[in-house]
Design a protein around this ligand. Structure first.
Ligand SMILES: *Cc1c(COP(=O)(O)O)cnc(C)c1O
Length: 383
C-alpha cells in the first residue's frame, strides 16, 4: 500500500512522529519524475546530480530504477560509498578538484571525470591510465536564472585543443559535457550546445583525440513552482530532435537534479508565534530563509506556500522565519486564514536546493528529512 504523504492527514501524522520543521520526501513522486524524464529523453542515461538533495532516499530510488549518479564532491562520493553504490554507475563532474578529491573518487572506483582547462587536465597525468575525461564546454545564457556557464566550462573554440592536450598526456577523452543553467526557460540553449558539441566531437574524432563516444547534456530541466512550466515531454522535444541528428553510436547522458528532487518533497513548518503589525498578521515559523527556504535567496525560487488549515476569511499575512534577522521573511501579502501557534504551513516543490543549502543560523536546526514510500508499505522513516 502506498500513502500520499502530502495529504493533510499524513502531514499531521508525520509531524507528530518526526517533529517540525520537516522535509517530507516522497520516493513515489521521485520515481514518477525519473520515469517522466526517461520517457521524455529515450535512450539517455540519467545520472542524478546529488547537489540539490544529497539524500540516501533519492539516491537509492534512482538506482533502483536503473539510474546513475553524478557526484561532484568528496562528500557526495562518501555518501555513495556509504550506500554501497557500484562506482561504475557514477561519474565525477566537478570541473575543479584537488588532488585528494581525485584520489578519493579513484579509490572508490570512479573512472569518468570532468575537466575544463589545461591545469585541470594536467592534474590527471599521474592517473592517465585509469581515467577518462569529459571536457566541459561553456555555452553562456545571460538570461538564465542560474547561468552555470559563466563559472565553468571552456570556450567551444578551445575545446578541441584541450582534447589534444589530454591526448598528448596519454589521457583518454571520452567526450564533451555542458550545463546550460538550472531551471531553463526553454530548450534552445540545450539544442545550441548539442549541435556545437556534435561538431566538436566530429573534429576531435578526426584528430583521433580519444574514444569520444559520449555526450553529457547536463541538467537544467525545469519544474513548476508558482509559474507554469512546459510539460517535460514538450520541453524536451527540441532536445530529442537535436540528439537524433548525432551519430548513432554515441552514448548520451544527462545530469538531472532539480527535476527529480524538486517536486518530490514537501516542506512543513510550524507557527511558533504571531503578532499583528500595522494591521496584518505576522506568523513566525520554525523554518525560514536560513533553513529550507534558503533556495529563495540562493536559487531564486518561490515555493507555493499555504496553510494546512482551511478556513475563511483569508487575510493578507506575512510568513517569517525564526531567526532574529530582518531579511528572514518568506512571503508577504499571502492570503491565509487566521493561524495560531502550532498550526502547520506547507511549501510545495521544496526538494531541490532547499534543505541542501540550509544553515543552522541562530542555532535553529535544519529540517528533519523523512523519506516515505521507499518501497510499498513504507509509511515513513528518517534515513
Ligand atoms: C547542479 C548541477 C546539476 C543539476 O542541475 P539541475 O539544473 O538541478 O538539473 C547537474 N550537473 C552539474 C555539473 C551541476 O553542477
Amino acid at each position: 500500500m502506498q500513502i500520499d504523504p502530502f495529504e493533510p492527514e499524513q502531514v499531521r501524522r508525520l509531524v507528530a512522529e518526526f517533529g517540525s520543521p520537516l522535509l517530507i520526501v516522497d520516493c513515489a513522486r521521485a520515481r514518477n519524475q525519473y520515469r517522466k524524464l526517461r520517457r521524455a529523453l529515450p535512450g539517455v542515461d540519467l545520472h542524478y546530480a546529488l547537489k540539490p538533495l544529497p539524500h540516501a532516499a533519492i539516491v537509492q530510488t534512482v538506482l533502483e530504477l536503473g539510474g546513475w549518479l553524478d557526484l561532484a564532491t568528496t562528500g557526495e562520493v562518501q555518501l555513495a560509498r556509504r550506500l554501497g553504490v557500484d562506482a561504475a554507475r557514477c561519474i565525477h563532474t566537478h570541473p575543479i578538484k584537488r588532488d585528494m578529491d581525485i584520489r578519493n573518487a579513484l579509490d572508490y572506483g570512479v573512472r569518468t571525470f570532468v575537466a575544463d582547462n589545461p591545469d585541470e587536465v594536467r592534474k590527471f597525468k599521474p592517473y592517465a591510465k585509469r581515467v577518462s575525461l569529459l571536457l566541459r564546454v561553456s555555452f553562456r545564457s545571460p538570461g538564465a536564472v542560474c547561468d552555470l556557464s559563466r563559472k565553468f566550462g571552456c570556450d567551444p573554440e578551445d575545446a578541441v585543443a584541450l582534447a589534444g592536450l589530454a591526448a598528448g598526456l596519454g589521457i583518454d577523452v571520452q567526450g564533451f559535457s555542458f550545463h546550460v543553467g538550472s531551471q531553463a526557460a526553454d530548450a534552445l540553449k540545450h539544442v545550441e550546445a548539442i549541435e556545437a558539441c556534435g561538431r566538436l566531437l566530429a573534429e576531435a574524432r578526426r584528430g583521433k583525440l580519444g574514444t569520444l563516444d559520449t555526450l553529457d547534456i547536463g541538467g537544467g530541466f525545469p519544474i513548476e513552482y508558482t509559474q507554469r512550466t512546459p510539460e517535460i515531454g514538450r520541453f524536451c522535444a527540441p532536445i530529442r530532435h537535436a540528439l537524433a541528428q548525432l551519430p548513432k553510436r554515441l552514448r548520451i547522458i544527462a545530469e538531472p537534479g532539480r527535476y527529480i528532487a524538486g517536486p518530490s518533497a514537501l516542506g512543513v513548518a510550524t507557527v511558533m508565534g504571531r503578532a499583528k503589525r500595522e494591521g496584518h498578521w505576522w506568523y513566525y515559523l520554525d523554518d525560514g530563509l536560513y533553513g529550507s527556504y534558503s533556495g529563495q535567496l540562493y536559487d531564486h525560487a518561490r515555493y507555493p506556500v499555504e496553510a494546512l488549515r482551511q478556513g475563511e476569511p483569508l487575510l493578507p499575512s506575512v510568513l517569517a522565519g525564526p531567526t532574529c534577522d530582518s531579511i528572514d521573511v518568506i512571503a508577504e501579502n499571502l492570503m491565509l486564514p487566521e493561524l495560531k501557534a502550532g498550526d502547520l504551513v506547507i511549501g510545495r516543490a521544496m526538494g531541490a536546493y532547499t534543505w541542501a543549502s540550509a544553515s543552522e543560523f541562530n542555532f535553529f536546526p535544519k529540517a528533519t528529512v523523512v523519506a516515505v514510500n521507499r518501497f510499498s508499505g513504507d509509511t515513513g522513516a528518517v534515513l
